[in-house]
Design a protein around this ligand. Sequence first.
Ligand code: SF4
Length: 283
Amino acid sequence: MSEQVSVDSKKTGHPLDYLLRKDRIPHIWCPGCGIGTAFSSCLTAIQDSGIDLSKVVMVSGIGCSGRAAGYINTDSFHTTHGRAIPFATGLKTANPELNIIVFSGDGDLFAIGGNHFIHAARRNVDITVVCVNNFNYGMTGGQAAATTPHMAKTTTTPRGNPESPFNLPLLAIASGATYVARWTTLHTREFTNSVEEALLKPGFSFIEVLSPCPINYGRRNKQKPLDTLKMYQEKSIIKNGASPFELDIDLEKSIVLGKFVDVDRKTHTEQYDKICRPDNVQS
Ligand code: SF4
């Protein structure tokens, strides 16, 4: 891990400065983008969790959100498109002491990387996956994604999206995730608390955070950054423990937020050690 990480640096500047590679700043995110808010919430959660920073690894794929791995001042990997989760699975299997957070976008995690997501959840790989969902492929010009709401306009759906988006919490729960929550970048306190809880919980944790992309998605759907945050405020209903079948994103109706699942089952590492590395298992 970078030697620049030190408790002393907490005493100067912004309280999260010591968790940033300042030589990489300024970041690339557009004005009004929600990714910075989601990222700083994750840094706060890492700090508040008290986890040894030498054991924290952030892994991301490709896209605007994927740049986060380049900004955090812990070990981190900016992997190829859609492959953050298999990379994280390999890291965790090789070194179970690591605490791994995958931070990536909806296109990366659920279109190109969709298959990896469901299998890591099924295996209950002990990692925390944060998906910044801005409803489109932001970095490549605002194309429709597997998360684009029905009838939303993108560069590839100029008349409106004829498809329906994934219900990501339902997909996570059906695949076997043991912790599932959804927040928006307006709900920073709840989101930060969820990330901290997920980091400290064994098993596959998934947190979706809805986030504005004013430059691509917002512009085509006549939403300025504050309009999107206002929409989050007006349409959000916090309903912890809601049925996953109530969690479809339909912007004409409400957006259900909350913690939906928090259960325990044996992790991939526990099963793997028992069967494949029995000499390592404490009797
Ligand atoms: S293109 Fe969209 S998602 Fe990407 S940095 Fe700009 S506002 Fe954010």
